[in-house]
Design a protein around this ligand. Structure first.
Ligand code: UD1
Length: 376
């Protein structure tokens, strides 16, 4: 039971990289609606810093300007993680929050959680419990370690809770709250309809595919990238493919000497990374989406858009079980077969949503924070 006299909770909400912004925005908005209960601060680590990877998301998602910007920037995993830790520690010492809330699985997530556990500051991890079981994936290490040290594990799906329990996490640290990214998606669908991105690109609904690609295991590996390009050569003959290019991928296309080969795929359109609303507008009109992103597997499931995941595994199995996702790996023939089936309409377009992907996850997160604070 929560009473008006309950003490206010001061929460530092951490953002660092592009996939964090749409998870934190609805949580911060919900906290701002309850000023007597929550004092919310936003700390941006600066892991992502390009306007197209960061600023435009603050605007689109109406996320308040960060109270503190750590300005960390790019670097090796060790250098980036260490820099976030060094710069975050004095902020925590100064602010003395009741909670630090971290989201997802990027280096900033682990770095900030690690600072807090050593200082005895409570950490809540949103999107806890997801597991790809692929330890070559840097995000899997971030997930495993963050979940080991966080005080409150807020899970998006029932499989995530089962993973945590199987790892020996006590049940009282786990709360099934649903998928907070879907809060952002549902809150912004209407505004995204006003985007002019399809007109600007000259594409009509269902007449194009969308591609995103940025995992090091795909774009930093010449042979894997080449297999994916072979598939795209075939797919783009049947359907134009719009490809907003992540900065990592733009760099490796040049470094691996693939620029000419990519340019020769006539109906593969490379564009700059899009903001949240433009991208939502674009993929929601696509006939299919090809991706190696985690979040996009979920967003396509929420909207019933066929998704072809160019990875060997997924930490989001519910998108395959209930949703529209097919995990195809990086074999050329398999990508083409599955993408062609999706193009021809034989892929599953489901109306069934995973439980608690209902747009109310941020409210459940706040309730969990309050409840655990009252009964530690
Ligand atoms: C990071 C996350 C990944 C997430 C992805 C989403 C980790 C380990 N990885 O990967 O989980 O899916 O963000 O985008 O945390 N760069 C720029 N401008 C930027 C940011 C990056 O040019 O604003 C370039 C730099 O060359 C940098 C490279 O992209 O070295 C990689 O950036 P980094 O943050 O290390 O990893 P991502 O691949 O973006």
């Amino acid at each position: 039971m929560v009473f008006d006299s309950d003490p206010m909770l001061k929460v530092i909400n951490v953002v660092g990289a592009r996939p964090n912004f749409m998870k934190v925005a609805p949580i911060v908005a919900a906290m701002k609606q309850r000023p007597g209960k929550f004092l919310s601060l936003v700390v941006h680590t600066g892991q992502h810093y390009d306007a197209a990877m960061s600023d435009s998301f603050f605007r689109d998602l109406e996320l308040p300007e960060p109270d503190t910007h750590l300005g960390v920037g790019s670097g090796s995993h060790a250098a980036q993680t260490a820099a976030v830790m060094e710069r975050f520690e004095p902020v925590v010492l100064q602010e003395k929050p009741d909670w630090v809330l971290v989201v997802g699985d990027v280096n900033s997530t682990l770095a900030c959680a690690l600072v807090c556990v050593k200082l005895g500051i409570k950490v809540a991890h949103v999107e806890a419990g997801l597991r790809s079981r692929d330890r070559t994936m840097p995000e899997e290490i971030n997930r495993l370690l963050t979940d080991q040290i966080a005080d409150l594990l807020l899970t998006p799906s029932e499989d995530a809770g089962a993973n945590l329990r199987a790892e020996g996490v006590p049940a009282d640290r786990i709360r099934f709250v649903g998928n907070v990214m879907i809060d952002s998606l549902l809150q912004n669908l209407e505004r995204a309809r006003r985007s002019r991105v399809k007109t600007e690109l000259g594409v009509a609904d269902a007449d194009y595919a969308v591609l995103t690609l940025h995992r090091p295991s795909n774009v930093d590996e010449p042979e894997t990238f080449a297999r994916i390009l072979s598939a795209l050569e075939s797919i783009a003959e049947k359907l134009p493919v719009i490809f907003p290019v992540h900065p990592r991928t733009r760099k490796t296309i040049a470094e691996l000497g693939l620029s000419d080969r990519v340019a020769a795929i006539k109906r593969l359109r490379l564009i700059d990374p899009l903001g949240y609303l433009d991208f939502l507008n674009l993929y929601s009109g696509a006939r299919l989406v090809l991706t190696d992103s985690g979040g996009i597997q979920e967003e396509t499931t929420a909207l019933g858009i066929p998704c072809v995941t160019l990875r060997e595994n997924t930490e989001r199995p519910i998108t395959v079980e209930l949703g529209t996702n097919v995990v195809v790996g990086t074999d050329t023939a398999r990508i083409v077969t599955v993408a062609t089936a999706a193009m021809n309409g034989s892929a599953r377009r489901t109306a069934s949503q995973p439980p608690l992907w209902d747009g109310h996850t941020s409210e459940r997160i706040l309730a969990a924070l309050e409840q655990v604070s009252l009964n530690p």
